[in-house]
Ligand binder design. Structure first.
Ligand SMILES: [Zn+2]
Length: 373
């Protein structure tokens, strides 16, 4: 991956290139980028640039021996760590990222802007993924060894949100890494990263893609007409991965489920609530998360629209109609309160809260908010 393959983001790229040129690379950095904003792609481009033997002022060369290996994700001094699940007959506690490297390389070559959903499909699993103790121990071992081909060693860890307490094993490494060893964590949600790790990393905030960059990307990838691409880019709100899903029609429509939730919350009949919850309970864990994220997106856009009445709002025509009807009972204050609940629900679901209990309580709270109590 080269910087030139990632559209825009000139400020972050400049910052990363400066680090290498001035030989002032922080030992541990956390790239914070929501899904589809290109955090992982930037980490890959940065590692490539660092390793490249003929780098220019603005990018890696793409042709030297180091670049050829980094671009195939097979450079022996670039180590990867990411959430995985049990593999075949192998026990979960001894399964690590290394076991999934073929799948990892394949998906990176196809979609370096992927989200967890695409990665779970690639692993063909719906179990809860994580980064386990053995993985942490392996990382310590790998980074303590000599480098093979380059002067540097790099660890790219994607989604450190999936490190549980065992992540504390990595603290010493993050604080006092061996010489010329650089750790890059790529996270989507800093609230879910262990505080002990977060406080030891230099934070690089990766902005979303601009709409024109998203449309340019999907036009190049999918050869869509410009008007269609612009419409999709508007909905995707800076998330290239989401834009690709919408364009290839793989993004489920959660709007009806959201409306039925609000209706049921308003009535707060326990039997109806339980029936609705059983529908959500039957969905995959990823879709449950995506549904809550969808609800959060909807209400954030709703609030934006109520404040500005702007046509720039990232809602489909169907959603605009829903939002229009909703203004009769939900004002800005109520919508912001619902957003806050959804935001917290996403965190709790990630922490493996019991879905049924979580949704039951949240439904009652949302009912109270909507009825204005
Ligand atoms: Zn090169």
């Amino acid at each position: 991956m080269q910087f030139s393959q990632i559209l825009g983001k000139s400020e972050v790229k400049r910052q990363l290139i400066q680090q290498v040129q001035k030989d002032r690379i922080p030992h541990a950095q956390l790239f914070l980028a929501r899904e589809g904003y290109g955090g992982l792609a930037l980490a890959l481009a940065f590692a490539t640039y660092l390793m490249c033997e003929q780098k220019t002022e603005t990018d890696s060369c793409g042709q030297c021996g180091q670049c050829l290996k980094t671009n195939k994700f097979i450079h022996p001094d670039i180590h990867f760590s990411f959430p995985v699940v049990k593999q075949g007959e192998k026990k979960r506690e001894i399964t690590t990222s290394d076991d999934y490297l073929p799948e990892w390389r394949e998906i990176l070559s196809q979609n370096p802007f992927m989200g967890l959903n695409e990665w779970m499909q690639q692993m063909d699993s719906d179990s809860q993924p994580n980064i386990n103790v053995k993985e942490c121990n392996d990382i310590i071992h790998k980074l303590n060894m000599m480098s093979y081909e380059s002067d540097y060693k790099v660890l790219i860890m994607w989604l450190p949100e999936y490190l549980d307490k065992e992540g504390n094993r990595l603290l010493k490494l993050i604080e006092e890494p061996t010489d010329n060893t650089f750790i890059i964590l790529v996270a989507e949600n800093q609230n879910l990263v262990l505080k002990t790790i977060l406080s030891r990393c230099q934070l690089i905030k990766v902005p979303k893609f601009e709409n024109k960059e998203v449309s340019q990307y999907i036009i190049e990838k999918l050869e869509l007409p410009i008007s269609k691409a612009e419409q999709i880019a508007n909905l995707a709100d800076g998330n290239i991965n989401l834009a690709m899903s919408i364009a290839t029609d793989e993004a489920p429509d959660f709007s009806d489920l959201l409306i039925s939730w609000l209706r049921i919350a308003y009535k707060s009949d326990p039997l109806e609530i339980n029936k609705w919850i059983s529908t959500v309970d039957g969905m995959t864990k990823n879709d449950q998360k995506n549904f809550l994220e969808y609800g959060l997106h909807f209400f954030n856009q709703f609030v934006f629209w109520m404040y500005t009445k702007s046509e720039e709002v990232n809602l489909t025509d169907k959603e605009k109609e829903i939002a229009g009807n909703m203004t009769k009972i939900i004002n800005v204050t109520k919508a912001e309160a619902i957003s806050a609940i959804l935001d917290e629900a996403i965190v709790n679901l990630h922490r493996n809260a019991n879905l049924k209990i979580l949704l039951f309580a949240d439904t009652l709270t949302i009912g109270d908010i909507v009825r204005g109590k």
